[in-house]
Design a protein around this ligand. Structure first.
Ligand code: MTE
Ligand code: MO
Length: 326
């Protein structure tokens, strides 16, 4: 997200701001190897070479069957880019901050409380939550409101499955996602940019749309901390900030909740925040985007697609003025 104050936050960071993942990983792995006494003559170079293509030495595998109904044909973003160029303000506002600082996040044990307008309120630990429905892999575009995008293979299940389980009352009109706010784990909370915790929301019919993915992994592994471990929502037709990371509470509500970004700047970040090339952000155009990994001096920007190309959601907004309800 582009915030108005510090000059260091930009949608076009220098390449030098991005810490390559292998540097970070090889550092971690080096410490591990030291502990094992495995670094003997020549071992280090070999280790560095290994780490440049391996994903993570110690990440937990999470394999799921691809759902071919939800696969975009664009080239996938590399794991390295998707896990080192992040927005997760609880860990800092630079794109490289989350990958550098999020090691302090403890994704287990974890539980999610589901409350409000439901017949069956419940608190589920992570394992129980992951078993609500079969996990599947889906390749989605993610379009950040700042003007960049990625293509990521996520692992999860439709949020609609969880909705069915808790049986919303007829009064439930909206869902709110409340994310972790723990100063002990999140150094960014000392910066009062947003009113922590980071919260997001959806109308019930949006939440029930099968595209809305309750997400536990990516690239065949559990979510890296910087991508919102251990559970986040992914809403590919909306700007990336709607896809709240590290969710601890899900509330079903009668009234539309105010989201963290609306509270921050209501004239800039609306409740709906559907990807819309025809409605510019007050401070910049939304007509085009830069695909991460494709940037080069001669690379042309891509045209941003209505609903990020997910036209299936159009009926949700039939008859709505999307300039007004941005
Ligand atoms: N809790 C929390 N969730 C968050 C954010 C954040 O700062 N805090 N940033 C959002 C923004 S602006 C984007 S673009 C996406 C980025 O997700 P990614 O890092 O997995 O690509 O996460 C979203 N979810
Ligand atoms: Mo974003």
């Amino acid at each position: 997200m582009l915030i108005k104050r510090p000059p260091n936050v930009s949608d076009h960071p220098l390449a030098s701001e991005i810490t390559p993942r292998e540097v970070f990983e090889s550092r971690r792995s080096f410490v591990k190897q030291l502990a094992l006494g495995a670094v003997a003559g020549g071992g280090l170079l070999e280790l560095a070479a290994q780490q440049s293509w391996a994903q993570s030495a110690d990440a937990q595998k999470l394999v799921a069957k691809p759902n071919h109904a939800y696969v975009v044909m664009d080239k996938q973003t590399s794991f390295k880019d998707a896990s080192s160029y992040n927005n997760y303000y609880e860990f800092g506002t630079d794109k490289s901050d989350p990958s550098q600082n999020a090691a302090t996040l403890r994704p287990r044990p974890w539980s999610v409380a589901i409350e409000g307008e439901v017949k069956k309120p419940m608190t589920l630990d992570l394992d129980a939550l992951m078993k609500i429905a079969p996990l599947e892999e889906r390749i989605y575009r993610l379009r950040c409101v700042e003007g960049w995008s990625m293509v990521i293979p996520w692992i999860g299940y439709s949020f609609a499955e969880l909705i069915k389980k808790v049986e919303p009352t007829p009064g439930a009109k909206f869902v709110e996602f409340v994310t972790l706010a723990d100063k002990a784990q999140m150094p960014g909370l000392s910066d009062p940019i947003l009113h922590w915790p980071y919260t997001e929301g959806l109308r019930m019919d949006e939440a029930r749309h099968p595209l809305a993915l309750l997400t536990f992994g990516m690239y065949g592994e559990v979510l890296p901390n910087q991508n919102g471990a251990p559970v986040r929502i992914v809403l590919p037709w909306k700007y990336g900030f709607k896809s709240a990371k590290s969710i601890v509470k899900i509330r079903f509500l009668k009234e539309q909740p105010k989201t963290a970004w609306e509270t921050y700047a209501p004239q800039e970040y609306g409740f709906y925040s559907n990807v819309n090339p025809n409605v510019d952000h007050p401070r910049w155009s939304q007509a085009t985007e830069r695909r991460i990994g494709e940037d080069g001096f001669f690379t042309r920007k891509r045209k941003t697609l209505m609903f990020n190309g997910y036209n299936d959601v159009a009926p949700l907004y039939a008859g709505m003025d999307l300039k007004r309800f941005f």
